[in-house]
Unconditional design. Sequence first.
Length: 158
Amino acid sequence: MTDLSSASATILIADFVNIDAAGKVNVIGGGIQFLGSDPASDQTAPFSIFVSVTVSIPTFDETQATVEVVLVDSDGQPVTVAGTDGPNVMRFSQSVDFRHSATPDMQLPPMGFPGCSNVVLNFPGGLPLPTGTTYEWMVLLDGTRLSATSFFVPGPSE
């Protein structure tokens, strides 16, 4: 996509998110700003991320883009967590085609009608994030920042 002026994104941290067979988003415990942690495991509480990216589709030639969701620290640097294969940057990337799909008996919307892509990231075991730190989930479309949401991982008071 070359023109991102019509693009927007929504990002939400919740206890749990899924998208059902009809394409509806189900959110439980949405709007988290403070993500609890377990001192015994050094893991955050389980959580989910919901991202919705909407763009106007000007022509059939410009319908694809890369959607990225990146976790960054308070300095804006991508967060790295330990994994079985070594350190992993918390960055999720997906190529998306924003064209509307329809069955043969259904009329397609006109050009310019917004196309939407929903992304759900579930972390049922939480993440190994240090307490006392602020983080931000950012949404990028073809490398351009569209939206972000911040959260804090509180630890014991000293």
